[in-house]
Design a protein around this ligand. Structure first.
Ligand code: ARG
Ligand code: MN
Ligand code: MN
Length: 309
C-alpha cells in the first residue's frame, strides 16, 4: 500500500492567513504515524510543508479580476508535477492544503497520470459548501479558491502561461465526470454554469430529502463503477458546529458522521486514487483549532478505509 503525501502550506487563493498552517497542525496531531502504523501505508513524504516561496513572484497585480493569479498559477503548476509524480508511480496521493485553489494542482496531476496509466478519464467528487466553479468573470470576490473547478474543466481558459496557461487538455476533467456533495452557498453565476452544463450536484436539500446513504448511491451511480475517483474534500462542507475553523463557514452543513460516511463510501468503491483535504484554518478557532483538525483527520482516515471492517 503505497501512499504519496504532499503538504501544501498555501493561502494565496483567498484572503485570510492561517490556512497555510493546516498541514503542520494535521501532521503534529500524528497523522503521518497513524497512516504508517495503524493504516499500514508505506508513506512517501519528503518531510516538508511546501511554501513555494522561491517561485512566488513579487509582482502579482490582478488579472481578469483574479487576485494573486501568478502566485496561485505557479504554486499549482509545481504541485501538479509533485502529485503527477506520485500518481504516475501508482501511489495513492494525499494532499493536505492549503486553500481549495490547490486542487488545480492536485487534480490536474492525477488526471494526467491516470490517463497515462489506465487510458481512462478520472471522476471528481467535490465535497463542499461551495461549488468553486466561478470563472474569473463570474466571481464577485476574485479569490481563486472559488474558481478551481472552472479551470480544471476548461470552463475557464487562459493562454497566458503564468496565469494558468500551463493547464493542458490531458490535465483536465470532464464536467460529466464531476459530482458535488454538500452544496449550500452557490453564487448566481455558478448556478447558471451548473444548470447550463447539467452538472451533477447533491445539495444539502438533497441530503435532507433522501438521506446521505441514498445520496451516496446516486452520486457513485452517476460516476459508474470502475472509474478512478479523485475526492476533493473542503472541510467547510461540514457544519461549523463540527468544523468552525475555516475561512468561509456556512451554517446548515454536514454532520461529522455524514462527512465521514461520504469518505467511507468513496473508499469502499475501491476506485479512489487521491484525496485532498483543504480549507482547515487553525488560526480561526478560539481553543487551538483542535475540533477542526480532528474532523480533518477523521475524514482522511475514513477515506483511507480505516473505519470499515
Ligand atoms: N463563491 C465564493 C467565491 O467565489 C466563495 C468560495 C469559497 N471557496 C472555498 N474553497 N471555500 O469567492
Ligand atoms: Mn467551501
Ligand atoms: Mn472549496
Amino acid at each position: 500500500n503505497e501512499l504519496g503525501l504532499v503538504a501544501v502550506g498555501f493561502c494565496g487563493g483567498q484572503g485570510k492567513s492561517g490556512v497555510d498552517a493546516a498541514p503542520m497542525a494535521l501532521i503534529e496531531s500524528g497523522l503521518v504515524e497513524q497512516l504508517r502504523e495503524e493504516l499500514e501505508f508505506n508513506v512517501h513524504y519528503d518531510g516538508e510543508v511546501h511554501q513555494y516561496a522561491e517561485i512566488i513572484p513579487k509582482e502579482d497585480p490582478d488579472y481578469r479580476n483574479m487576485k494573486n493569479p501568478r502566485a496561485v498559477s505557479a504554486v499549482t503548476q509545481a504541485l501538479s508535477e509533485q502529485v503527477y509524480e506520485h500518481a504516475r508511480q501508482g501511489r495513492f496521493v494525499l494532499t493536505l492544503g492549503g486553500d481549495h485553489s490547490i486542487a488545480i494542482g492536485t487534480i490536474s496531476g492525477t488526471a494526467k497520470a491516470i490517463r497515462e496509466r489506465t487510458g481512462r478519464e478520472m471522476a471528481v467528487i467535490w465535497v463542499d459548501a461551495h461549488a468553486d466553479i466561478n470563472t474569473p468573470e463570474t466571481s464577485d470576490s476574485g479569490n481563486i479558491h472559488g474558481m478551481p473547478v472552472a479551470f480544471l474543466t476548461g470552463l475557464a481558459k487562459e493562454d497566458k502561461e503564468d496565469c494558468f496557461g500551463w493547464i493542458k487538455d490531458d490535465q483536465r476533467v470532464s464536467v460529466k465526470k464531476l459530482v458535488y456533495i454538500g452544496l449550500r452557498d452557490i453564487d448566481r453565476g455558478e448556478k447558471k454554469i451548473l444548470r447550463e452544463h447539467n452538472i451533477k450536484a447533491f445539495s444539502m436539500h438533497d441530503i435532507d430529502r433522501y438521506g446521505i446513504g441514498k445520496v451516496m448511491d446516486m452520486a457513485l451511480g452517476w460516476i459508474g463503477s470502475d472509474t478512478p475517483i479523485h475526492l476533493s474534500f473542503d472541510i467547510d462542507s461540514l457544519d461549523p458546529m463540527w468544523a468552525p475553523s475555516t475561512g468561509t463557514p456556512v451554517r446548515g452543513g454536514l454532520t461529522l458522521r455524514e462527512g465521514d460516511f461520504i469518505a467511507e463510501c468513496v473508499h469502499e468503491t475501491g476506485s479512489l486514487v487521491a484525496l485532498d483535504l483543504v480549507e482547515v484554518n487553525p488560526s480561526l478557532e478560539a481553543h487551538g483549532a483542535s475540533e477542526t483538525v480532528r474532523a480533518g483527520i477523521s475524514i482522511v482516515r475514513c477515506g483511507l478505509g480505516d473505519t470499515l471492517l
